[in-house]
Write a new protein. Structure first.
Ligand code: COA
Length: 384
């Protein structure tokens, strides 16, 4: 396998976009290619994620993006793996570049849903769950993650302030991130008095519906030679799946796909969890961050929820988690999320994360979950 780098990255501001998902994807793609010091014609393949293009009456968006970049002859394909779509795109790009099939790939995720109301957006999202047993019976993602949160509360001693501290930390980080949907801090009082969305989840336990687009360029070391920015060496690119139907799982105290993907990633990278300097994890709901810390091996079982309250996951803690603000506060434009986690690593490694820097940036991990854990990607990056 060839040594493979992330050499360029770009994101727009998440929230509400005036432009279409396709226009945003094209714009951030060009910005990512330029940040790499490359030209569009250097791209050998474009991997696009755009789960809800159908809400914009647009499928098969890859050729349109490549056309906009002036490279209509370059192959493209759309990768769908629910909320882990663009990290799946990164995995495919890694395989092609590391395997020597192409020298450079563009990975881009884009989503626009703000023209839909909450009911319509919730319905669109819910199609990524199991229609036969979950969605058809009224399940939504806030409801499904509330089930995970209830199981966690039943199994371990928890306090609402533990989950509140996760939301407060991520809002504080997002307030320092120009790409973030919510750029405002919240207090514990605000958290504790926010409305219940799906018991026990409150408003500030939930990620919002966000528009957004993010792109990265993945290239072989030997192709780039003199990178414009500090590249991210891809030390591991691991994917895993697990039973998606909640009723068929042996327990609800974690996501098996995270555990499997993490084990594969740490084996590939020849690293252990305590060698990771910071992580971007999939916190679509605060309970998801708690479970991720446990499943990734950063803290023992039952201690994920208290990590933020204890300061462990703060930017100056022993393991900074979600310095970008995470899905919770940076936002969650489903298809852009996986790539945007890598954009944060790129900015941290390159001194571009002004005001939200983490102290150590030698090794970082990104963790991106599809739906309630039917699919998962874990990537590990380090400096040269
Ligand atoms: C939590 C949720 C139901 C709130 O929707 P809503 O009640 O219709 O809220 P609105 O869109 O009307 O927004 C009302 C206010 O709350 C804010 N808000 C909305 N969602 C928010 C969130 N998740 N966190 C913080 N603030 C939020 C809005 O910015 C708005 O603020 P403003 O009045 O200052 O402008 C919705 O954001 C949601 O379903 N989130 C989860 C999305 C999801 O399931 N993603 C997939 C994960 S796997």
């Amino acid at each position: 396998m060839r040594e493979t780098w992330v050499v360029g990255a770009a994101s727009n501001r998440f929230g509400k976009m005036k432009e279409s998902g396709r226009e945003a994807a094209t714009r951030v793609s060009l910005a990512a290619i330029e940040s790499a010091g490359l030209r569009p014609k250097d791209i050998g393949y474009t991997f696009v994620s755009n789960c809800f293009g159908i809400a914009e009456h647009q499928a098969h968006v890859g050729p349109l993006i490549n056309g906009g970049l002036g490279i209509p002859e370059v192959p493209s394909c759309t990768i769908e793996s629910a909320c882990s779509s663009s990290s799946a795109g990164l995995h495919e790009a890694f395989v092609q570049v590391a395997g020597g099939f192409i020298d450079a790939a563009l990975v881009v995720g884009s989503e626009k849903l703000s023209h839909l109301d909450t009911l319509a957006a919730t319905s669109y999202f819910a199609i990524a769950a199991d229609y036969a047993f979950e969605t058809r019976n009224g399940a939504t993602f806030p409801g499904l993650y509330a089930t995970l949160a209830s199981a966690y509360r039943d199994a371990y001693p928890t306090r609402p302030e533990m989950f509140g501290a996760i939301a407060i930390k991520n809002h504080a980080n997002a307030a320092r991130n120009p790409h973030a949907h919510f750029q405002k801090e919240i207090s514990m009082e605000t958290y504790l008095h926010s409305p219940i969305i799906a018991s026990p989840l409150r408003l500030y336990d939930c990620c919002p519906f966000s528009d957004g687009a993010a792109a990265i360029v993945v290239a072989a070391r030997e192709f780039v030679k003199t990178p414009r920015a500090e590249p991210l060496v891809v030390r591991a690119s691991a994917r895993a799946g697990s039973i998606t139907e909640m009723q068929d799982r042996p327990d609800l105290l974690g996501l098996p796909a995270t555990r499997t993907a993490a084990a594969r990633a740490f084996q590939q990278a020849k690293l252990t969890p305590n060698q990771i300097d910071f992580a971007e994890v999939h916190d679509c709901f605060t309970i998801a961050e708690a479970l991720a810390l446990e499943d990734l091996g950063f803290v023992p079982k039952g201690q994920g929820a208290s990590a933020a309250l204890e300061g462990i996951t703060a930017r100056d803690g022993s393991l900074p988690v979600n310095p970008s603000g995470g899905l919770k506060a940076k936002g969650h434009p489903v298809s852009a999320t996986g790539v945007s986690q890598v954009v944060e690593v790129f900015e941290q490694f390159n001194g571009l994360a002004k005001g939200r820097e983490v102290p150590r940036t030698t090794t970082a991990l990104t963790h991106n979950v599809g739906a309630t854990g039917g699919s998962c990607s874990v990537h590990i990056f380090s400096r040269r």
